[in-house]
Every structure is written in structure tokens, then in C-alpha cells.
Write a protein that binds this ligand. Structure first.
Ligand SMILES: [Ca+2]
Ligand SMILES: [Ca+2]
Length: 241
């Protein structure tokens, strides 16, 4: 019985390996060691304080669950950028809707997303760098096939963005380097960067800069591999008895 339970637990872990990687961020006011400068924190902008980002993928999409400290149903503004370096070209350090952000090591693609409608709606654009200029790949108000946004967990502070792996040129085993930043409108900087545990800027007028990028490895299990692993485990179990 114990062996059976062990086998079940092992199978659960194998299945779990295909689930998301969680990248946690610091939070709270810079006055007490947090990563939101008190200039912003004291104005109650907790919907710009990134708490964590969970990344996962299936055969067709990579998903970013961006979770902030605040309630996204309780705010009527907030922008969330995902800067991505797929490695397909050198990328650009500037971009992301022309926000006042230095992406530090060059992004080849970015998602600009919003939670603007009193939390009742979410949308996103996907842009790609061709080596010389930014171009719009897709948006939730266009084909809505290469990038999608989900606001169903806004009350919990989570906005889900799905991006087509094909649009990013990513396949099994490829490593995506990325950073996530919260921001406002116009030429605003990134108020919070997932890549930084310290505050990214101390005023709307001052540029923010990415820290060390996070890395996610795309894992697309081959059809039936789960079942084969499971069978192998059971065969091994039988032999040991
Ligand atoms: Ca944060
Ligand atoms: Ca941060």
C-alpha cells in the first residue's frame, strides 16, 4: 500500500513538473524594505506592486499569471508589461509602448496589457522587434489569437496573459528570458519590476531599469509521455515486489 502511495505521489510530481514556475517578488513600501518607493506606496498604488508571476505553457501558449498586491477589481487603471528576450535577434532596450524603461539587455517582444475598466476588463497587445523597429503582432481587439487576456481572477489581483508560442518562435526546450513591469500611461517608468527586489524608480519622471532577467524553459510533453512514465513506474513497482 505504501509503495502504491509512493508511486501515486511520484506520478503527481511528474505531472506537476509540467505546471507553472512561480517567480516571487518583494512587496511593500521602500520605507520598510519593500520594492515600491514610498512616493507611490503612500498614494495607495498597491495594484502596481507585483507580488508574483507564475509562468506555464501548453502545446500552443505560454501563460503569465501576473499577481499584484492590490485588488484589480478595485482599480480603474494599471498597465502591465512583459518584456521578453527570445534570442531571435539582439532586441531593443527601449520599447514597451515607449514607456520610460531601460530593459537593460534587449527585448525581442513585449506584451503591453491593461486592467483599466474598473477591473471588469483586461486587454493586451503583442509587439515584436524585427531588428530595426517595433511592429504590432496582435491584440485582444484584433485577431485575439496570438495574445489573450483573462480578468477572471482580478479580485485576487491576478491578470492572466496568454501568448502564442509560435508567434514568439518558441518550442520545446527553448529558454525565454523575461521581466515584468507595472506602469501607468504615457512616458511613465516601470513602478515595479519583477527582476528587482529594490524599488525601480522614485517618481513618475524618473526612468526605471530592469535587473537580471528571469528564465523560463518551455516544456511541451510529447503526447502520451505522461502515460508511458506512469506505466514505467508501475512496472518498476511490480518488479520490486
Ligand atoms: Ca513588488
Ligand atoms: Ca520588484
Amino acid at each position: 500500500m505504501r509503495k502504491t502511495l509512493t508511486a501515486v505521489a511520484a506520478l503527481a510530481m511528474i505531472a506537476g513538473a509540467a505546471h507553472g514556475d512561480v517567480y516571487t517578488d518583494n512587496s511593500g513600501s521602500s520605507d520598510v524594505g519593500g520594492d515600491i518607493h514610498s512616493f507611490f506606496f503612500d498614494q495607495g498604488f498597491d495594484h502596481l506592486d507585483i507580488a508574483s508571476v507564475e509562468v506555464t505553457n501548453d502545446a500552443n501558449f505560454i501563460y503569465f499569471d501576473i499577481s499584484v498586491v492590490g485588488d484589480l477589481d478595485a482599480t480603474n487603471w494599471g498597465k502591465y508589461l512583459i518584456g521578453m528576450d527570445t534570442g531571435r535577434n539582439a532586441g531593443s532596450n527601449s520599447g514597451g509602448w515607449g514607456r520610460n524603461i531601460d530593459w537593460a539587455s534587449g527585448i525581442t517582444d513585449f506584451v503591453g496589457s491593461w486592467a483599466d475598466d474598473g477591473g471588469s476588463g483586461a486587454g493586451a497587445e503583442l509587439h515584436a522587434w524585427d531588428g530595426a523597429a517595433w511592429g504590432l503582432t496582435d491584440a485582444t481587439y484584433l485577431a485575439n489569437t496570438d495574445v489573450m487576456a483573462d480578468d477572471s481572477n482580478h479580485a485576487a489581483g491576478t491578470q492572466r496573459i496568454a501568448v502564442s508560442l509560435a508567434a514568439l518562435g518558441l518550442g520545446h526546450g527553448d529558454v525565454l528570458l523575461f521581466d515584468v513591469a507595472s506602469t501607468g500611461g504615457g512616458f511613465d517608468p516601470g513602478v515595479d519590476h519583477l527582476s528587482r527586489a529594490d524599488f525601480a524608480t522614485d517618481d513618475w519622471a524618473n526612468q526605471s531599469m530592469s535587473g537580471n532577467y528571469l528564465a523560463y524553459t518551455v516544456n511541451i510533453p510529447a503526447p502520451g509521455s505522461m502515460a508511458l512514465l506512469g506505466l514505467g513506474g508501475l512496472v518498476g513497482l511490480r518488479r520490486r515486489r
